[in-house]
Design a protein around this ligand. Structure first.
Ligand code: SF4
Ligand code: SF4
Length: 378
């Protein structure tokens, strides 16, 4: 297994998060599918309506326009703009009264709204469900937050999966430093005897599929899910509805009251920050998706998509980039044994999972990961 390292955390960034909700944006901005598809002709949109294959309206309202926005990957994409009528008129979606564990496997597989998630359950002979309850970035806490909010629901969903796939077992991986969450799970685990908690060292990337399964010695016949995906499964299978909201962490040394906010998919980041904190933090550095893998994006045009984990808002510090001292730390730290210097010094393409560890470790503060992404200017 790759040698993973712990990260030094800025102790001025509090991780004591409040729970907040912002579910009534004026508009939502929904990235259009890359492949051309026929859109439903309705001008009046209901909440939960399928606008394109696999893309559902998070609010009810009217189609307004198409606008170019930025998504957390940094890409500029055309988005369908829906103006909110604040009526929350629903497409008819009835929660099932059936216990999930009483469903047939066929009915279970027919209940998905998210095809990518469904694909995970199509493999033959599933023996293990591996749930990662670990947040990757040190300043994002969505996974832990969701588990604290919905501990029993998640365990029930996992238990139902064990019934649907007889002979399988389940494990939930948590950081051994997340004491409050471990305690909370322990309060319920007596009712779910086939679910095991696995305590992991607090190492960066340990919750990621390749590293976690390697550490747990699981090679095949498994389904890996993050805690938020298990919750999404519950919404789709039990509540019979697509995922229309997401959870976003807002932390940083510029934030006095950090929070995890539940918001509609497609909300503009600027509107979210304004409504939650009364400020768009324009004089601060806002890292979308954390400090390690995130980037500073144009917050004005950024929309919240399912891959938006949160914002780290930091007082601007001027980091002076110095010359490479050829220490080799960036090569030693790489968990996939790549050589980031080949990208930095020779402009070569190298294999990279964009974990940001080489930039983090560099004593000269060289933003190596940017070069690996093909961005050369600071
Ligand atoms: S960002 Fe890429 S090159 Fe740098 S440590 Fe991570 S995987 Fe290795
Ligand atoms: S860690 Fe930084 S200073 Fe050291 S070899 Fe890599 S780029 Fe150069």
């Amino acid at each position: 297994m790759a040698k993973l390292i712990p990260l030094d955390i800025d102790v001025s960034v509090s991780k004591e998060v409040e729970s907040k909700v912002f579910l009534d944006p004026d508009f939502v901005y929904l990235p259009l599918p890359k492949q051309k598809q026929e859109m439903k002709k309705e001008i009046h949109i209901k909440k939960g309506m399928e606008l394109f294959r696999g893309m559902y309206a998070p609010i009810s309202g009217k189609l307004a326009s198409v606008e170019k926005c930025i998504v957390p990957s940094g890409e500029e994409v055309p988005c369908l703009v829906v103006s909110n009528d604040f009526q929350e008129k629903n497409e008819k979606l009835a929660a099932t009264r059936k216990r999930i564990s009483h469903m047939t496997k066929e009915a279970f597989l027919d209940s998905f709204f998210d095809e990518v998630l469904r694909q995970k359950f199509l493999q033959e002979n599933i023996l293990t469900f591996v749930i990662s309850g670990i947040d990757e970035d040190p300043y994002c806490c969505n996974e832990v937050f969701i588990q604290k909010q919905y501990t029993k629901i998640l365990l029930e969903m996992l238990d139902a999966l064990l019934n649907l796939y007889p002979g399988s077992k389940a494990m939930i991986a948590l950081k051994n430093t997340d004491s409050a969450l471990i305690l909370q799970y322990n309060n319920f685990l007596g009712m779910f005897r086939n679910i095991e908690i696995k305590l992991m060292e607090d190492l960066y990337l340990i919750g990621r599929e390749e590293f976690l399964t390697s550490k747990l010695h699981i090679k095949e016949n498994y389904v890996y899910l993050r805690a938020h995906e298990l919750y999404a499964l519950y919404l789709q299978i039990k509540k019979r509805r697509p995922v229309l909201e997401t959870f976003v962490s807002i932390l940083g040394d510029a934030i006095e009251n950090p929070c995890v906010v539940e918001t509609k998919l497609g909300t503009k980041a600027k509107e979210l920050l304004q409504r939650v904190y009364g400020s768009d933090f324009s004089s601060y550095a806002i890292y979308t998706n954390g400090i390690m893998q995130g980037r500073v994006l144009d917050i004005e045009r950024l929309v919240i998509t399912p891959d938006c984990l949160g914002f780290v808002i930091m007082k601007k510090k001027n980091t002076r980039i110095k010359s490479c001292i050829k220490c080799g730390k960036c090569i030693t730290v790489c968990p996939i044994h790549s050589n980031p210097l080949l990208a930095y010094k020779r402009g070569k393409a190298v294999r990279c999972i964009h974990c940001g560890l080489c930039s983090y470790i560099c004593p000269s503060s060289i933003p190596l990961e940017k070069y690996l992404r093909g961005e050369k200017d600071e």
